[in-house]
Design a protein around this ligand. Structure first.
Ligand SMILES: [Zn+2]
Length: 476
């Protein structure tokens, strides 16, 4: 049973990353040559001018000096003089098929990722048959979208009424036994990992983590409300989202938060630096990754400052998102916002940035993620660039922020061929007009995207965006 499960999991990850077709596909097809680019490889932190990168099939075949290089016969050559080449970006926290809450996943969310150079996503909760169907079509080249590593439905507990779940694409777990059954069922459906949400009861969480380990599946996600972050570390959770459990774990009053009687004010006032240092050291020792989703942390904490009627990216957003799920989230968040004055929330937001910087300095590995599309006006694809800006505000260098969205994804998945510019790496690349290591905002100066070896030049990307706009208008 154990062995079979492991094999299924391995097979599913191979399918997820499109690695299965490597050998066969390289033989045929036109090689793609990008010449005279400055290559930026966040894996090594290197910036090398005047490179040539040859893509064959789905992989990078050659990285060399451009001087004296002869393109192979029949190659398509892209002159990238004065431009900058980075690996394709990964958004490590998205929901692209979330019940009926965000209609337009296929025609809006997936192409927006590619149009913004996001060539890989970790889908943190969604409808499995839909996601697996998209993944097959993307690998086959019949659908435009990123590589997808998926959890399928999330484990969650019932709300206070004892019968309803907060989100779609969720499996209810109420006890250790139901948690074990849920993890087994998801493993049998070939999910890549297990995602936990906030309402999972304490003992159910521990049982789910143990069963996931037994089956060789990573467990990631929230620090459930009734669980301490120290327990999450001991349970071997691989990533923590939204900085959850951290401020509580740094507080002298952690019990109050686990009991549900804490507040933002208490969180800020009971911060204990020594306790926090010890916690960050443990997170680093156990390599518990952090995906802080800062752009949405800011959006959520200061939602009353967002002018929702005048958002420049609104044309890519279906009306159903704005009038449906986003309005519902806004109404819920505003209830919380009214409990805390703006100055206190601004202080909490500053602490989010400071915490991210402290985690980074302590050696806790960081992932770039956005929580698109559930985050209100966290527009898929575009928002990953906002996240990179926030990571730099938190104290990462631009190169380190790029690493969080590229090579760190590869390291997290145990796949060194992801997020690098090197022979044998996956052919996911983004060509920029301006240097992102000089100013992280320059990641938006996209001239071309190569996704799984397919080239989208600026004209193709603009055509994608126009199609998304039309799709967004058509979805009611
Ligand atoms: Zn999420």
């Amino acid at each position: 049973m154990f062995y079979t499960m492991r094999r299924l999991v391995a097979a599913s990850l191979v399918a997820a990353l499109g690695l299965g077709r490597f050998a066969g596909a390289q033989a045929g097809g036109q090689p793609l040559v990008i010449v005279h680019a400055t290559a930026i490889d966040p894996a090594t932190g290197s910036t090398t001018p005047d490179r040539v990168v040859v893509v064959r099939g789905h992989a990078i075949a050659t990285v060399a000096a451009a001087a004296g290089f002869e393109p192979p016969p029949g190659a398509r050559v892209v002159d990238a003089t004065g431009e900058y080449l980075i690996p394709g970006l990964w958004d490590m926290h998205v929901h692209s098929a979330f019940g009926d809450w965000f209609p337009g996943g296929r025609d809006v969310i997936l192409p927006l990722f590619i149009a913004n150079g996001v060539t890989g996503v970790r889908d943190m909760g969604g409808d499995l048959p839909v996601l697996l169907g998209w993944r097959r079509a993307i690998v086959a080249g019949t659908l435009v979208g990123p590589r997808m590593v998926v959890s399928g439905p999330m484990l969650d507990g019932y709300l206070a009424d004892g019968k309803s779940l907060r989100f779609p694409s969720s499996v209810p777990v109420t006890s250790a036994a139901t948690a074990v059954a849920a993890v087994r069922s998801l493993a049998a459906q070939h999910v890549d990992f297990i995602k936990v949400q906030s309402e999972v009861p304490h003992d159910a969480y521990l049982a789910a983590a143990a069963e996931a380990h037994r089956l060789g599946l990573p467990i990631v996600g929230h620090v459930p409300t009734r669980v301490r972050i120290a327990e999450v570390i001991d349970a071997g959770q691989k990533s923590v989202e939204h900085l959850m459990g951290l401020f509580e774990g740094c507080s002298t009053q952690e019990d109050r938060f686990v009991d549900g009687t804490g507040s933002m004010q208490l969180l800020l006032e009971s911060y204990d630096p020594a306790r926090c240092d010890a916690l960050l050291r443990r997170l680093a020792e156990h390599e518990v990754w952090q995906c802080p989703t800062l752009a949405w942390q800011r959006g959520e904490t200061l939602l009353d400052l967002l002018d929702q009627a005048h958002q420049p990216l609104a044309r890519y957003v279906p009306a159903a998102w704005r009038t449906g799920s986003w309005r519902r989230f806004t109404d819920e968040i505003m209830v919380d916002i009214r409990k805390d004055p703006l100055a206190r929330r601004e202080e909490y937001w500053r602490r989010n940035l400071a915490m991210t910087g402290a985690l980074h300095r302590a050696g806790v590995p960081i992932l770039a993620g956005t929580d698109a599309a559930p985050g209100v006006f966290i527009v898929p694809g575009f928002s990953l660039h906002d996240e990179l800006v926030e990571l730099v505000s938190a104290g990462l260098t631009p190169m380190e922020a790029l690493r969080a969205a590229t090579a760190n994804a590869g390291r997290f998945f145990g796949r060194p061929e992801i997020g690098r510019i090197a022979p044998g790496a996956l052919a996911d690349l983004v060509l920029l007009a301006r240097d992102p290591t000089a100013d992280i905002h320059n990641t938006t100066s996209i001239q071309a995207v190569i996704a799984d070896g397919r080239l989208y030049d600026r004209a193709a990307l603009d055509a994608l965006l126009r199609r998304v706009e039309a799709s967004a208008r058509a979805i009611r």
